[in-house]
Write a protein that binds this ligand. Structure first.
Ligand code: LLP
Length: 431
């Protein structure tokens, strides 16, 4: 099985976090997203403990909540004592509504509006991750009028190509995010931040990309950022306290991809970072990481009911399910690979090659192509594995399809996390 929270029971059905997936599909209906609570806690603890062990107090993970945003996940993050990375006021609002302390929130985004700035300052956001000079000046203006000070990090682009899908590369010089070291704009914005009376510069941030399995892009980015910190210290006398290296560690979606041990990766990163910091004579700042995918992806499974099974003679076969790109647009967007199983016949021989498609009026509404599963019939339950990250968070109502329900599963017991969207929910804003 792809991950250790998956299994097959005596009825030949898929189990997830100790529960029979088919029974959950019957109980809650489909499409249904299951979330393994203990897996998320385990993933969080691995990051938290490794960062503390390697870098000491003040170094901790922030959950990149763009990967999965709803109140329950912030309650869990609060219980686990980690911070959060928000990219919008909507995420901040949801966290606050869940009782999450926003002083542990880092507020990202390359285009914060004046209203966003006011909301975040007034609600006590721990730090802004400031993207550009326009934002910095708008923030200073607001702080001056409110007579407040605000901690910030500056988002810097180190100029790294991590060799992942181009849509999720973010640290290259020509990226829309941050200020590049190479062009001198990182230095400029640092000097500007240091000159503004209501801005408290705590350090720097970078993020190279997502779904990365190699450690080199991270150590390379850390090296470049440490050199930048040392350069800034020499030029201005300012020493950064915090270096946030973003998120991006990869997750095993299919056989053949590695299953990273995040604690071991952090230890390896720490060894290189410490060596390089001492080589360039730079005091080690507190290190923050912003994992999203690697905290929640492998804690999610999506269940669907098979509708039609169609073989186009001499061509290919399609299995249509009751979800699709509205609940998981990642194949349509990135041709993202997923493991697909027939949950109701998980022990049977897989010998039916097909494309698993949704029910939108769009040929690109594909969950996965060239899947090998036992031949399903109408009513079978199909599972797409590793859907905890960037699935529910990116879900839409395209073709007026309601969003699925989300259910927590913990050691075989289930409880509703997000109720299924209704038709009334979808029309409630319409006057
Ligand atoms: N920090 C920053 C500033 C980010 O931009 C991101 C992701 C993260 C942290 C978290 O990265 P992670 O650990 O999840 O890789 N929708 C795409 C992924 C977009 C990621 C954007 N930024 C997907 O479905 O693959």
């Amino acid at each position: 099985m792809l991950h250790e929270n998956l299994g097959i029971n005596e009825k030949g059905r898929l189990t997830f976090a100790g529960a029979d997936a088919v029974l959950l599909a019957e109980k809650y209906g489909t499409p249904l997203m299951l979330l393994d609570e203990e897996r998320i806690r385990r993933n969080i603890r691995r990051y938290k403990e490794a960062l503390l062990e390697c870098f000491g107090e003040g170094s901790f993970p922030l959950f990149a909540s763009k990967a999965l945003c709803f109140k329950g996940i912030y309650r869990l993050a609060k219980e686990e004592g980690i911070g959060m990375d928000a990219v919008s006021v909507g995420e901040l609002y949801t966290a606050k509504a869940a009782g999450f302390d926003l002083s542990k929130a880092y507020f990202h985004g390359n285009n914060k509006t004046d209203a966003d700035i006011a909301y975040a300052v007034e609600n006590g956001v721990g730090a802004f991750v400031v993207d550009n000079a326009d934002e910095l000046l708008a923030l200073e203006k607001y702080l001056a009028s409110a007579d407040k000070k605000q901690d910030i990090l500056l988002r810097i682009t180190p100029g790294i190509d991590p060799h992942t899908h181009k849509a999720i590369v973010t640290g290259s010089v020509d990226s829309k995010f941050g200020s590049a070291i190479e062009t001198g704009q990182a230095e400029e914005i640092t000097r500007l931040a240091l000159s503004l009376p209501h801005i408290v510069l705590k350090g720097f941030h970078c993020h190279v990309g997502s779904q990365i399995f190699d450690i080199e892009p991270f150590t390379e980015a850390a090296d470049i950022m440490l050199r930048f910190i040392a350069y800034v210290a020499a030029e201005t006398g300012y020493t950064a306290e915090v270096l946030n290296l973003g998120g991006g560690l990869g997750v095993k979606y299919v056989e053949g991809q590695p299953e990273l041990d995040y604690a071991a990766v952090i230890r390896d990163m720490a060894a290189v970072i410490k060596l390089r910091a001492s080589a360039i004579g730079c005091a080690l700042p507190h290190i923050l990481l912003e994992p999203g995918r690697s905290l929640v992806a492998d804690a999610g499974v999506t269940l669907y009911t098979v509708g039609s099974v169609k073989t186009i003679k001499g061509y290919k076969s399609y299995v249509s399910v009751d979800g699709g790109m509205p609940d998981n647009p990642r194949y349509a967007l990135y041709e993202a690979p997923y493991t697909v199983l027939l949950a109701s016949k998980a022990a049977e021989k897989a010998d039916f090659i097909c494309s698993v498609v949704g029910r939108c009026c769009e040929s690109g509404d594909i969950l996965q192509e060239n899947v090998d599963i036992p031949k399903p019939v109408r009513g079978d339950i199909l599972a797409v594995l590793c859907t905890g990250a960037y699935n529910y968070a990116m879900a839409s109502n395209y073709n007026r399809i309601p969003r699925p329900a989300v259910v927590w599963v913990k050691e075989g017991a289930d409880r509703l996390a997000i109720r299924r969207e209704s038709f009334e929910d979808m029309t409630r804003l319409e006057v």
